[in-house]
Design a protein. Structure first.
Length: 199
């Protein structure tokens, strides 16, 4: 089963001699199942789903008889999947002239988080890190520059990694180092990040 921002793709093995299959789902393991698709294929993409909610699926095969009626197999259960929720409350703090600290809220079921960074809000974001905690300190940045961040939650299983859609965008500007002194004398002092620490 594959997952995207608002959809789950389920797949199954084709029964020998079957004319097709029916896909049923529920939001509760022991709840009422609804038929969502009759298909001759071996996969189905269930769309317009809600992030953070678990969906349960089962499939049964059928063979169309000569009189037009269908003969059904028993149901095969597919492992349930939760659509990954988007991390919320993305916050940034300008730790220094060359680093920013990014934090976000926990997502239930997530085993990790991907942090994406850009210098333009509408630019092409690149992955800066993957972590298993709720903070990340981005280092080796440029002084006095604004950076934009967004986060994805991930859930790693034995065979796949499922990801949420992007979080909202957070932004912050790194601090600026100021120098004071007489340029002509060659004597300059660095005021480190506005803290008044000299060297």
């Amino acid at each position: 089963m594959d997952a995207s921002a608002s959809a789950l793709k389920i797949s199954w093995a084709k029964a020998i001699g079957a004319s097709g299959d029916e896909v049923w789902y529920s939001t509760s393991e022991k709840g009422i199942y609804k038929k969502i698709k009759s298909t001759t294929g071996i996969s189905y993409v269930h769309t317009k789903l809600t992030a953070g909610k678990t969906y349960y699926y089962k499939v049964r095969s059928y063979k169309t008889q000569s009189d037009g009626n269908k003969k059904y197999s028993g149901y095969a259960t597919i492992v349930p999947r939760a659509l990954m929720a988007v991390p919320g409350s993305v916050k940034l703090a300008n730790s220094s002239a060359t680093s920013l600290k990014v934090s976000w809220s926990k997502v239930s079921g997530a085993t990790g988080y991907e942090i994406y960074r850009e210098t333009s809000q509408s630019g092409s974001y690149t992955k800066a890190a993957t972590v298993s905690i709720l903070t990340f300190t981005d280092k080796s940045l440029k002084s006095g520059k604004t950076y934009y961040y967004k986060i994805k939650s991930t859930q790693k299983t034995t065979d796949k990694t499922y990801k949420s859609s992007y979080s909202g965008i957070g932004k912050a500007t790194t601090k600026v180092d100021y120098y004071i002194g007489n340029k002509n004398s060659g004597i300059l002092h660095l005021i480190k990040n506005n803290y008044g620490v000299f060297r």
